[in-house]
Write a protein that binds this ligand. Structure first.
Ligand code: GLC
Length: 477
């Protein structure tokens, strides 16, 4: 638990803190009874240093598992074999005193990287996939997968560029030789054909941090034979402004391969809450965007309540990322606080007297499931209304997409169309009232949903006024 589940010492077990395989079986069955599917995180890039494979590997130079990890001699002066740095900070090489070699870890030193150029590793990790697919899981979300294969010659990474997106993570080098190597695609095709050999629908999702849309979409595979969903994480890095969002969305849609489904992620356990990043006043409009764009939306728990970042005092901090560089604000605890279920002790996450692993947000009395269920105008009810419409209307879940151009600054509008159904989405990004003339689309429209709920159903499109931060879903005849 050095990286809270991302340092695995047994790929085929459940940490006793959470139960055991029988508990997992019950969870899966209960979910399936409710027509919910369960996708597990699969962590192929690294194991824990407590994993028996690594314990064996580090035990002696000629151990059969030595080459399951990435071991290298020191340079003649004793320094690491190259300049690679760990994403979590510091050098990516850790010296092993016993066997007098360095091992590679692109994350914590307790997370040694597997050697994916070794066919035995590939086979062992396929076996892990089979194990969970045999248990009946509906898919896998493949962690840090862009890093699995490193450049075969281990060249130094170049210094970071002045406009590099990696600056936000505090990196000093451009990860040219430690991410997105071409050989990764063969590994992914191997995973995919394994998934496809199973009955039923099994989804393959990739944690594909890529900053250029063209680079990201390579992870669908040239014949759509890799990820069904290579995560599009651009929405976790964007400011809340129309021009940047529009540009990013258009650039992404322009390169989606025929037959592939786009995806949008605004929140995750690795990035600050989007209610905080975009501002709580914009949270519902961001949800409107996420759930009405063309593509598969990915939601993070608590976003449906507008959970915000929680300030974590130094003494309660769990995550170690960025602790030596507080100015980068990388600590991930603020977005990992317990789900807020009820206005009771510990927000109903754990029984009274059982201290949860991170503090509960101070707003839990209002921001919790039970309270919001009772309030027809709550964020939770807004999400539910939006999800119901999305499910019911082909235009929203699979319709074509087109931006409406020439709008007042600070507003965005687009149309989704399918089977003769036309749905208009209008979003006011700004904190002031705005009036739009959308009469080129139609004279009138029927309101399906406003982020602020209060509005008459009939809309005149020649003079459509939006409240500050309001967004609307409108059916066009
Ligand atoms: C991924 C996970 C993150 C984890 C890291 C190392 O980025 O999402 O939470 O710390 O991989 O496994």
């Amino acid at each position: 638990m050095r990286d809270y589940g991302y340092d695995i010492s047994d790929y085929k077990g459940v940490h006793p803190m959470f139960g055991d395989l029988a508990t997992f079986g019950k969870l899966l069955a209960a979910a399936h009874e409710r027509n919910l599917r369960v996708v597990l995180d699969y962590v192929p890039n690294h194991t824990s240093d407590q994993h028996p494979w690594f314990i064996e590997s580090r035990s002696e130079l000629d151990n059969p598992k030595r080459d399951w990890y990435i071991w290298k001699d020191a340079k003649p002066d004793g320094s690491p074999p190259n300049n690679w740095e760990a994403i979590f900070g510091g050098p990516a090489w850790e010296w092993d005193q016993e066997t007098q070699q360095y091992y590679l870890h692109l994350f914590l030193k307790e997370q040694p990287d597997l050697n994916w150029r070794n066919p035995e590793v590939v086979e062992a990790m396929h076996d892990v996939l089979r194990f969970w697919l045999d248990q009946g899981v509906d898919g896998l979300r493949m962690d840090a997968v862009i890093h699995c294969i490193k450049h075969a010659e281990f060249p130094d990474n170049p210094p970071i560029k002045q406009d590099s997106p990696y600056l936000a993570f505090g990196l000093q080098l451009e990860p040219v030789f430690t991410a997105h190597q071409p050989e990764i695609h063969e590994i992914l095709r191997g995973f995919r054909s394994l998934l496809d050999s199973y009955p039923g629908e099994r989804v393959m999702i990739g944690e594909t941090w890529a900053f250029q849309p063209a680079e990201l979409v390579k992870y669908y595979g040239t014949s759509l034979d890799e990820f069904h969903i290579p995560y599009n994480l651009m929405g976790t890095m964007m400011p809340w402004n129309v021009a940047d969002m529009k540009q990013a969305i258009s650039a992404y849609y322009a390169v989606i391969p025929a037959g592939a489904a786009p995806n949008f992620v605004f929140g995750s356990h690795d990035v600050h809450r989007f209610a905080t990043r975009f501002g709580p006043e914009n949270h519902r409009s961001a949800a409107m965007l996420l759930l009405t764009l063309w593509g598969i939306p990915t939601m993070y728990y608590g976003d449906e309540l507008a959970m915000e970042n929680v300030d974590i005092s130094a003494g309660r901090r769990q995550d170690t990322w960025g602790q030596d560089r507080p100015e980068l604000n990388l600590n991930r605890d603020p977005e990992r606080t317990p789900m807020q279920w009820e206005a009771v002790a510990n927000a109903g996450f754990s029984p009274p007297g059982v201290e949860p692993w991170l503090p509960i947000a101070s707003n839990y009395q209002d921001v919790n499931v039970a309270t919001q269920q009772r309030d027809p105008a709550s964020t939770l009810n807004f999400y539910q209304a939006l999800l119901k419409l999305r499910r019911a209307m082909p235009a929203l879940h699979r319709g074509d997409f087109a931006f409406v151009d020439e709008l007042p600054a600070g507003t965005m509008a687009y149309i989704r169309t399918a089977e003769g159904q036309r749905v208009l989405v209008v979003i006011n990004f700004a904190g002031r009232e705005q009036s739009l003339d959308l009469s080129s689309l139609n004279d009138s429209g029927q309101l399906l949903l406003s982020s602020q709920f209060s509005r008459p159903a009939g809309l005149t499109l020649s003079e459509l006024s939006l409240n500050p931060h309001e967004s609307l879903l409108v059916r066009l005849p």
